[in-house]
Ligand binder design. Structure first.
Ligand code: HEC
Ligand code: HEC
Length: 454
């Protein structure tokens, strides 16, 4: 009896010590799986707000931050103001900045792919999709992928014909990448590491995805589970934006991953040329953006609604779509194309401590139809980014939300029908593809109708 009392006292004491720790800010898990999932995420079942992806009627704002009013550059009282830290700007200003076209004076180029984020992330809503491609190249040496001299990203354009990039024939690994939509990515950013890890741990080993920890630039390169990009090469929207501002547009900034002072060298026919200011090719001093625009991009994307289902689904198709959805689960597509995640609780510190999950994005149920993990389904492009050499032949599971708004499919955009996209599934997805092919033609068309309702 005495022992029991002592034990009780001990337990109470330990609880008293632990309590303040529980009540302190929750921090997302860093480590290994904590057992198999029952539901991927925390408790809570608020559906995330969705957009109908109709540019004419859409309300894109999901409630993160302040909406504000559309700015007007001609009115000095109403110029767009970027945030000074994440979340303190307005949605309308951030949308405006995301939609701006940069000029050479702003720092555009010297080598670049396009003039503004919205040029590639454009329709049906700003932030979404376009048919633009990005091109990467390198070679294999001693079994390892090696970047093209001057960098694996080969820009399509330059501000001067002398520095338009040309690769040589030694670069045998060549890969096109089509644009990924960023709509709803604020919710994806707020999925905790643990939720992603538990989800993958619950997959059968033959289909299990690979998650890789990647540096979060704004958190001194603290590691977090990657989830953005075809190679899941980034974990935060701010890091992705800093990278894209430099790599897609040539605008150096503090979050670009190389310190904000260096342009990508140009791989020209005469060899690799340094094009960083004060080279004759670049009139703009570095960093060309002090980081404000990067925050505006990240916050704009974080404040967009998740892609919603087709609404209404044509009456004559409703039963087919429902049947297609059950079949999609039955034949094992859902193993990788995870239908539901719940984001981390509001206030959780994520991104290596650099971002706190806001109320509008926390505890929200989303339906991305992706595990955000890398898989080898036989489509790997041979390129290595943040995932190490073993990721050369892996690609992140394509998120199927909003599929109906895209018609260039798979990472290379070379597939133009959903049927053919399924046929390209091999490797870890062979069983699922075979199961699809084993269905009656009516059932196959139901699966496709379901996919095109996403
Ligand atoms: C030339 C076209 C182009 C421009 C300009 C461009 N992007 Fe992208 N974006 C892409 C492509 C292509 C991908 C897929 C890249 C990959 O993973 O290989 C992508 C992917 C992304 C993703 C990952 C989305 C996800 O869900 O995984 C984010 C975030 C993003 N871009 C943000 C931006 C921002 C911010 C800008 C402006 C600074 C920008 N992009 C400019 C083409 C572009
Ligand atoms: C082992 C994991 C896995 C399974 C199982 C799987 N997929 Fe995929 N799926 C992927 C990956 C990875 C990609 C991206 C591949 C690429 O772009 O090269 C993808 C891409 C797709 C795309 C193209 C989407 C786009 O936006 O380009 C569709 C459609 C698709 N899958 C449908 C299905 C269907 C239907 C099934 C079941 C028959 C299925 N998948 C089973 C991993 C999987």
């Amino acid at each position: 009896m005495m022992k029991l009392v002592k034990l009780l006292a001990l337990v109470l004491f330990a609880t008293a010590i632990a309590l303040p720790m529980w009540m302190a800010t929750p921090v997302e898990g860093q480590g290994e799986a904590q057992g198999a999932r029952t539901l991927v995420g925390q408790s809570g079942d608020d559906e995330a707000p969705t957009t109908d992806m109709d540019a004419k009627t859409d309300d894109l704002f999901n409630g993160f931050g302040i909406r504000g009013t559309p700015p007007n550059e001609c009115d000095t009282n109403n110029e767009p103001e970027p945030p000074t830290e994440r979340g303190n700007g307005t949605f309308e200003d951030n949308l405006f900045i995301f939609s701006e076209r940069e000029t050479i004076e702003d720092g555009l180029g010297p080598t670049f792919n396009d003039t503004g984020c919205v040029e590639c992330h454009q329709f049906p809503d700003p932030g979404a999709f376009a048919q633009n491609m990005e091109f990467r190249a390198g070679r294999v040496s001693n079994g390892n992928f090696v970047d093209n001299p001057g960098g694996q990203l080969i820009h399509a354009r330059a501000t001067d014909s002398d520095i338009v990039e040309h690769i040589d024939t030694a670069q045998t690994v060549k890969a096109f990448r089509v644009v990924l939509s960023t709509l709803g990515d604020g919710f994806v950013e707020c999925i905790s590491n643990t939720s992603l890890i538990n989800n993958v741990a619950s997959q059968p080993s033959a289909q299990r995805g690979t998650l890789t920890n990647v540096p979060v630039v704004e958190a001194n390169n603290a590691l977090r589970v990657g989830r953005f990009g075809w190679k899941a090469q980034h974990a935060s929207l701010q890091s992705f934006s800093g990278d894209a501002y430099l790599n897609e547009m040539g605008i150096t900034n503090p979050f670009d991953g190389s310190g904000g002072n260096t342009e990508n060298p140009a791989s020209t026919a005469e060899g690799v040329k340094n094009v960083t200011f004060p080279s004759p090719f670049d009139p703009a001093q570095d960093p060309e953006d002090d980081g404000d625009d990067v925050l505006a991009f990240a916050d704009f994307m974080a404040a967009t609604r998740a892609p919603g289902r087709q609404n209404p689904i044509p009456f004559s198709d409703r039963d087919n779509v429902d049947r297609g959805e059950s079949l999609f689960k039955q034949i094992g597509c859902e193993v990788c194309h995870t239908d539901t995640f719940i984001t981390a609780a509001p206030n959780t510190l994520i991104n290596g401590g650099a971002f706190r999950v806001p109320a509008a994005l926390g505890n929200k149920k989303i339906h991305p139809f992706s595990d955000f993990a890398l898989h080898n389904i036989g489509t790997g492009d041979g390129i290595v980014q943040n995932g190490g050499q073993s990721s050369a032949n892996q690609i992140r599971t394509a998120a199927l939300w909003g599929l109906r708004a895209r018609n260039r499919l798979m990472h290379d955009g070379l597939t133009v029908t959903v049927f053919d996209a399924i046929q390209r599934h091999a490797g870890q997805a062979t069983n699922a593809r075979n199961a699809f092919n084993g269905l009656s033609s009516g059932s196959r068309s139901d699966v496709i109708k379901f996919l095109l309702s996403l």
